[in-house]
Write a protein that binds this ligand. Structure first.
Ligand SMILES: C[S@@+](CC[C@H](N)C(=O)[O-])C[C@H]1O[C@@H](n2cnc3c(N)ncnc32)[C@H](O)[C@@H]1O
Length: 285
């Protein structure tokens, strides 16, 4: 135990006070802010998700590199869709929703203020999960109404445990965005969605969104983005490696994302870096 505690002191997660024979360990401010479960900025659930579902898959790195493809069939029963594996139980779905909300507590405001979205009254958050961005949206843009679009099992939990009935400007749409139509809106948010899917699936989804989008409307994409010359940033490369094990998708460069948007009819493509690791792209119909 002492070895672990001292390692955490070296990592600045704990502080230590030595008094005669007594050794007292306590949280640093950093831990209280980002690790204590009760903190509004706690990353506990995000770290647990990475630790339980993703980091263990680094074991398959050599195979993934040799075979040049994802390794899912080695650790699950090869469901057709990755979310069928990740969402194998209600408990797992809720853990992932908590994880996504946790990371939005750090980046959500940056993402939602990168562009002025006040002229988009009707917004649809595609893959809106636990509603963290939807909540940012209604607090920042008083004239907006936002629909969280997600798989039925996710929407059921979001309604019950994540969004209160008082948040009446948040609506829900329980659909599979590949199989079902998406509702009409002025703006579609796709936050951390495209990176999960290959180009063909992204084109399918963006085409559907473009078709449903009201005239003058647009799409807001928030993703980790690789530098054009793929020189970094390091978190983009790290995310690339994690995707390699599980998902069909990839981390893309600005021009790769622009190409997907242009090919599906979007124009006036603008990209902004935020303080967080996410870039935000706004494109118009
Ligand atoms: C990586 S999470 C991103 C969540 C959220 N946008 C965020 O940034 O916190 C991907 C989301 O897409 C949803 N999703 C995946 N496949 C879907 C599908 N076929 N139809 C609707 N939603 C889907 C998942 O349930 C999940 O909420």
């Amino acid at each position: 135990m002492e070895k672990l505690l001292d390692a955490c002191v070296a990592l600045k997660l704990l502080k230590v006070e030595r008094k005669n024979t007594q050794v007292l360990y306590g949280n640093t401010d950093l831990s209280n802010l980002y690790l204590a479960k009760s903190s509004p900025k706690s990353q506990y659930y995000y770290m647990m998700f990475f630790s339980e579902s993703l980091y263990s898959k680094f074991h398959y790195l050599a195979d993934a590199v040799r075979e040049g493809k994802w390794q899912r069939e080695k650790f699950d029963n090869s469901p057709k869709n990755i979310f069928e594996e990740l969402y194998s139980s209600k408990e797992n779905i809720k853990k992932i929703m908590l994880a996504m909300n946790a990371s939005c507590s750090l980046c959500g405001r940056d993402v939602m203020t990168a562009f002025d979205l006040s002229h988009f009254p009707l917004i649809c958050d595609v893959g809106g999960c636990g509603g963290a961005l939807a909540k940012e949206c209604i607090s920042l843009y008083p004239n907006s109404t936002i629909t969280i679009l997600d798989l039925p099992e996710v929407v059921k939990i979001a309604k019950k445990d994540f969004v209160s009935a008082e948040e009446h400007r948040i609506n829900f749409c329980a659909v599979d965005f590949f199989k079902d139509p998406v509702p009409e809106a002025d703006l579609y948010i796709l936050a951390r969605i495209l990176l999960d899917w290959d180009d063909e699936s992204c084109m399918e989804l963006l085409t559907k969104v473009h078709k449903a989008c009201k005239p003058g409307g647009g799409v807001l994409i928030s993703e980790i983005v690789l530098n054009e010359d793929r020189s970094g940033p390091i978190e983009a490369h790290f995310a690339s490696m994690l995707l390699l094990f599980y998902f069909e998708g990839k981390i893309r460069t600005p021009s790769e994302l622009s190409r997907l948007l242009s090919a599906t009819g979007f124009k006036e493509i603008q990209m902004k870096k935020t303080q967080s690791q996410y870039n935000v792209i706004l494109a118009r119909k």
